[in-house]
Design a protein around this ligand. Sequence first.
Ligand SMILES: [Zn+2]
Length: 520
Amino acid sequence: MEKDAIFISTSIPYVNGAPHVGFAWELVLADVLARYHRARGRRVWLCTGTDDNSLKNVRAAEAEGAATAPFVRACGERFLALCRALGLSHDDFIRTAFDPRHAPAVEAIWRACDARGDIYARGYQGAYCVGCEQFFAPHELTGGRCPEHDSELERIDEQNAFFRLSSHQAGIDALLSSAALRIWPDTYRAESYAWVRSGLVDFSISRSIERARGWGIAVPGDPTQIVYVWFDALVNYISSLGYATDPARFDAGWQQAARRIHVIGKNVTRFHCVYWPAILASAGLRPPTDVVVHGFLTVEGRKIGKSLGNGVDPFELVERFGAERLRHYLLARFPLGSDGDFSIPGLAHASNDALADQLGNLQNRLLVLLEQNTEGSVPAQTDGELQPAARDAAARASAALERCDPHAAIGHVFDFIRAINLALAQTEPWRLARRLRDLPDSSERDAARTRLQRTLGDAARALLWAGALLEPFLPDTAARIGAALGSPLPSVYGGDPDWQTLAAGARVRRGEVLFERLVA
Ligand SMILES: [Zn+2]
């Protein structure tokens, strides 16, 4: 049973600005994976939160003339609110500055790495970008400026603690060469691999308390130093599971978990595929099993990002279009690992095509047919014509989700929904129903009625099945489909529902149309 534990995380963002739609995408991707594994009966821990201890947060508070702690706490609330707005099923929301589980975990892993001989002090000079929270080597700069922000870099000269990444060269090389760490899509492996092959260099994991503006977690045994942002932030994944505060829980949820999955943006691949496994290895802990990488979104062709302004407000999008339309667009439109361009017309088009014309229209048409021809109940008879396609869709979507690919998976679900519509267009039950009304009592009429019942019974089962398939992606829509068909959603992921008895005799309820068309 312990083998069925699945850990899933998003990265934790700085809270120096409002959340943007690119992070909403990451939240939704992680949520789909969590809901899928739960649907299979696995014990899931979905963790998200905020990176409170970043220096960027301190600077943002200063710019607002605010004290750091209340500023960071208030900003973090907006990220939690975003989780709620998107219908996220997170089990934990960890705030690295305020959560009593976090600092003990950072201190414990620091001591474990130190005991292993992987931490040492060294004078450090370098060019540092506050926007990136990162040092840059001279050859990484663009005209002497940050390649990401095009900003001036700060010259830093101080004594810092270093992590001996170089001593993990062979271990990380072996990890990246093996199937033990899966990277989705695998094209991102090459980048980490090339980086490892170029020679791993020790990195700074502390900064002076002055540079940190007194904000962050003190280095164990050295109150003049603050733990540097990556060493602090990455540890949130295990502090969430009680590393250092609840050893049994941590062991079951991380060490013994069947999968440890991180969903991240492509800019932090190196930190999750190299730094983090090395820190874990140093502390004697197991590495992640899966790193899921999404690209960047532009908005109508323009780059978004908190540091650069011009983000699209996901709260406004949810307000205007609903969480399900936003979830659908993000999942269905943008392939995993690739960059994409977010646009309102694109959202409206995707929503009209898939949600209104395919899914909404299917449900509405079917419920009307059932009301008019079966007194509003799902027929006990079914011809089973759609059953193979239903099982095939479940198998394909499951396989895609095992590969951590919600985009491919939702594509299989909507292929099935199109197949149901196509089958109805071919069998034309509405024509059969009209003919039935004109036929006198006869054996011909009985045969036609049976055929109609079997067709509608099959289509209703198929729609219910589609609803269950949709649950990880569009949970509210899935629930509404189940309610409309008067039936619980069957266990299509990993279960083996009996087609014949599915929804048989259930009373249907035609409420509101699932999705209205949006006027562009
Ligand atoms: Zn920068």
